[in-house]
Design a protein around this ligand. Sequence first.
Ligand SMILES: Nc1nc2c(c(=O)[nH]1)N[C@H]1C(S)=C(S)[C@@H](COP(=O)(O)OP(=O)(O)OC[C@H]3O[C@@H](n4cnc5c(N)ncnc54)[C@H](O)[C@@H]3O)O[C@H]1N2
Ligand code: MOO
Length: 447
Amino acid sequence: MTANRQATNPQAANPPGPSIRPAWQEARVYAHRAAAALPAVTVPLGSAAGRTLAADLAALCDVPHYASSAMDGWAVSGDGPWMLAPTRAGSDPSLVPLSPGEARIIVTGGLVPPGADRIVPTERATLDTNKLSEAAAPPANPEAAAPPANPNPNLNPAPNPAPNRPRTHIRPTGEEARRGDIVLRRGLVLNPAHLAVAAACGHDDLPVRGRARVALVLTGNEVQVAGIPRPGFVRDSFGVTLPSLVGSLGGDVVRVSRSRDSRAELVAELRRSDGLEPGVDLIVTTGSTGGSGADHLHDALREIGAELIVDRVAMRPGGPSLLARLPSGCLLLGLPGNPLAAMVALVVLGHPLLAGFAAAPLPPVSQVVTRDAVEGRPGAALFSPFRLVDGRAVLNDFTGSAMMRGLADADGLLVCPAEGAPAGSSLDALPVPWRPLPPSSSGHFGP
Ligand SMILES: Nc1nc2c(c(=O)[nH]1)N[C@H]1C(S)=C(S)[C@@H](COP(=O)(O)OP(=O)(O)OC[C@H]3O[C@@H](n4cnc5c(N)ncnc54)[C@H](O)[C@@H]3O)O[C@H]1N2
Ligand code: MOO
């Protein structure tokens, strides 16, 4: 169920009344704020990549949890040369203490026996019968003695920087974390390396934010789901794209239904989706956003008693898209019927919405430099699929609102300002869901 229905997050509150045709930056913030963070769930470590960590994570043990060798070689005690330590039948040699003047073979990661001072790497050791000698020490490397830097603010500083580790080749207990240290912070969007950190700290499961449950309602009498469309019909773009797109943005499509261009049918489908058990957090509709006699979304929302949050956005394509909240608390994202328009609306509104459900920050806006001058369109930001050529944005062909070829080849969507921009301009860009752009700024509107 739906944190949204509970509307417990104060950040979910938007100003009263709909925002009519806001700028795209503003619309993103409204969408992000509208979605309240979903309750936490526990998932196995291997399924947690891309999810938002719901609580600070403490190490359950020291990492490493025992002093271990960083080299294949010999654990030695005292000054050399050393005699090979005797082994005792039935006992684990790594647990038998070394006395001064003794050495014992060890592998990388092996438990350092009590009494060992350091490890002599294999390549620096000479074994003559039972006697081990070490080659002369190499010249000191000042860099090797520097304490390790902490490149990640989400990891605690190493509690034991062990500046002499390169000489001893022993990884001390707790070098990376002490039991109880917070190693990963709540709110972090987990990458695979974070999962390895959690595993090293003894975790099998992680508390993460739930994924939004999403229902799709695809409208249009003319939409054909298979084969070559007849004249007056159109092959469905959305049934084959939206489930995986929603999935890559952090939601799970739990129902796909279709409605003919009838207000009664659309109302019935919206009610059915809204009434699913367990509840859905978001309904995504396609088509029917316009004002023709065949477009019924606004009327259907009125009939249901939905509250509009955003009604159209000052952008092209995708301008007719809308965001509403049903009386149940379920949110509704209305994507226009034209395929590219729907994809732009999904990137501009859908991505922030799903980030809000995941308690993730507003997705960042990137900047890219245009190779050529770009034209604008009066009154609206123009979102143009582009590809990066030698690091510069070049606009794609086939980018009409009803086309998908330009988007299919795109590295992202370039935001061409209404007044246009000369070649070499640095412009805002949003990533397409299947290809990240390097973030270079974090949004220009709102907090
Ligand atoms: N007189 C005006 N006409 C239109 C305006 C306008 O301002 N004044 N705006 C245009 C813009 S911009 C858009 S975007 C569309 C919005 O259309 P709707 O959201 O109402 O969608 P439909 O009318 O149902 O369909 C539009 C177009 O998209 C095709 N479509 C629909 N579903 C699918 C699908 N599943 N797969 C592929 N294509 C689909 C549909 O066949 C239409 O061609 O309105 C413009 N008109
Ligand atoms: O959203 Mo429409 O062009 O803007 O197809």
